[in-house]
Ligand binder design. Structure first.
Ligand SMILES: [Zn+2]
Length: 121
């Protein structure tokens, strides 16, 4: 009788540990997923929608927008944001072309955040 009770406690304790570990494991996965999504969102928000090739020490700005055939909408190939007019795309590209220092800083931060999020090209 007492042996059974002792064994019962051990089983209960093991089950308890199993359940707690299972719960922690589940939450950890969810947390990691949320964190990754959060970081991806952060990185996306920093996307300048252009890339810069250094030419003679100056960034040559190139738009990352592509327009699906037959539509006026353009989608950034890096972050997925959609602009609904050609004008917005041109304005964005011109803005960064006129602000090369800010662009290089932004690209730097974007790259850091994207790497943290495990987002690689
Ligand atoms: Zn973008």
């Amino acid at each position: 009788m007492e042996g059974m009770s002792w064994l019962g406690w051990v089983v209960a304790a093991l089950l308890g540990v199993f359940v707690i570990r299972g719960t922690v494991h589940f939450d950890l996965n969810k947390w990691l997923k949320d964190r990754r999504k959060h970081r991806l969102d952060n990185a996306r928000r920093l996307c300048p929608h252009v890339e810069a090739d250094m030419v003679n020490g100056q960034p040559a700005v190139k738009s990352l927008f592509e327009s699906p055939f037959g539509t006026v909408a353009s989608q950034c190939q890096q972050c997925g944001v959609v602009f609904h007019s050609r004008q917005s795309v041109d304005d964005n590209t011109r803005y960064w072309a006129e602000h090369p220092v800010q662009l290089l800083e932004r690209l730097d931060r974007f790259k850091q955040l994207a790497e943290k999020a495990g987002y690689t090209d």
